[in-house]
Design a binder for this molecule. Structure first.
Ligand code: PMP
Length: 388
């Protein structure tokens, strides 16, 4: 192993893009690559039962994090997959039932690309989609949604915590509106689950996507919550095959990753309020130091209704494209890490009404479980020097 790289690993401040796997998660996963390698669908022997038991436990852990029943959790390959499934699984179901009925979906202009692009694809399939504007903090307002509802609206999909700006949408309030109109509410809770209190059952959410790698679990595994009662939500299967995941998402389960997701969820649930407080303090510490060091720095997103771990800032007059290469050993990002790596102007920041110049001078900084004040002080110093 290259020890130099190990010693000089820099300061990672991009926890919204992904998180390292918690050592306890890694430890729990390891045996499921080795001695407990069985296929949970092998119902006839010990190896299969061990794997199945592990998946059952993980499903309960993941369900508990979001206040759901185990039977309402379907494991997927991540939140991108869950988001796509909601849109295309619902269109397919609705068309099967009423081939000639028009379909209308509502979403916003600041969603993750896996909703934005899937909704655009839905439009090409003849679905009417409204991309609602948000206020200058990035929240979709109840009145805006109310006005957009049509007799044939079947789905509303809104991001809970925005991945770029950290703003929290009023999901429980939106859920009440959706229920009054008998419209399904889906929320992309990828940046919410494990960070803020989430109770899908009590908050009246019908469908919810989330992912393990944002909560110190492994990459390539996520979940879709599908409400089973009041209402019983119906989606067509995502993938057909051997009938795994109640026939909704076939394919041999990724047992080690699912086990890791379960443990990661359990750790987050147990430490939610302590971690929320710790991250909020770190974020506030960073924001104070940034304001001291960089006159004119501005905060994007909501000042208080925001994820505990995220800051999105504008450094007026300093193009991020030029600053980033000077920050080599600090892992921050211009916005979402989910694009192709090309410098694209963030649709989220323009969605807030920001002009393109300011958008190009904006940075996302997100702290996490292992961030320290000392690292933040060093990062602010390096950032300040990079502006000289
Ligand atoms: N939605 C949001 C809000 C996200 O932040 C991300 C990850 N960047 C995704 C969806 C996609 O998640 P995954 O990487 O698990 O596909």
């Amino acid at each position: 192993m290259d020890t130099k790289v190990q010693q000089d690993k820099g300061i990672y401040l991009d926890y919204n893009a992904t998180t390292p796997v918690d050592p306890k998660v890694f430890q729990a996963m390891e045996p499921y690559f080795k001695e407990f390698f069985g296929n949970p669908a092998s119902a006839g022997h010990h190896w299969g039962w061990l794997a199945e038991n592990a998946v059952t436990k993980a499903r309960a852990q993941v369900a508990s994090l979001i206040g759901a029943k185990s039977s309402e959790i379907i494991f997927t390959g991540g939140a991108t997959e869950s988001n796509n499934w909601v849109i295309f699984g619902l269109i397919s179901k609705l068309r099967e039932e009423n081939p000639n009925e028009p379909i209308h979906f509502i979403t916003s202009t600041v969603e993750h690309s896996s909703i934005m692009k899937a909704m655009a694809a839905a439009q090409k399939m003849g679905v009417e989609v409204d991309f609602l504007p948000v206020n200058s903090f990035g929240q979709v307002e109840i009145e805006t949604i109310r006005k957009a509802i049509k007799p044939h609206t079947k789905l509303m999909s809104f991001i809970w915590v925005n991945n770029e700006i950290g703003t929290i949408n009023p999901i429980p309030e939106i859920a009440r509106l959706a229920k009054d109109h008998k419209i399904y509410l889906h929320t992309d809770a990828t940046q919410a689950a494990g960070k803020i209190p989430v109770n899908a059952t009590e908050m009246g959410i019908d469908l919810m996507s989330f992912s393990a790698h944002k909560i110190y679990g492994p990459k390539g595994v996520g979940a879709l919550f599908i409400r089973s009662k009041d209402p019983k939500v119906q989606l067509n299967p995502l993938i057909y095959g051997g009938g795994q995941e109640r026939g909704l998402r076939s394919g041999t389960l990724n047992v080690p990753a699912i086990v890791g997701f379960g443990v990661a969820a359990e750790i987050c649930e147990q430490n939610l309020s302590a971690e929320f407080a710790k991250l909020t303090n770190l974020r506030e510490f960073l924001w104070t130091k940034l304001q001291d060091a960089i006159p004119g720095v501005r905060l994007n997103g909501h000042p208080t209704e925001r994820a505990p771990n995220n800051l999105n800032i504008t450094l007026p007059g300093f193009k991020t494209e030029q600053i980033l290469p000077r920050l080599q050993k600090i892992g921050v990002s211009t916005g979402s890490a989910c694009g192709t790596g090309a410098m694209v102007v963030s649709h989220v920041l323009t969605g807030l009404g920001m002009n393109v110049d300011d958008v190009q001078c904006s940075l996302r900084i997100s702290v996490g479980r292992w961030t320290t004040e000392e690292e933040l002080l060093r990062a602010v110093e390096i950032l300040k020097n990079s502006l000289r």
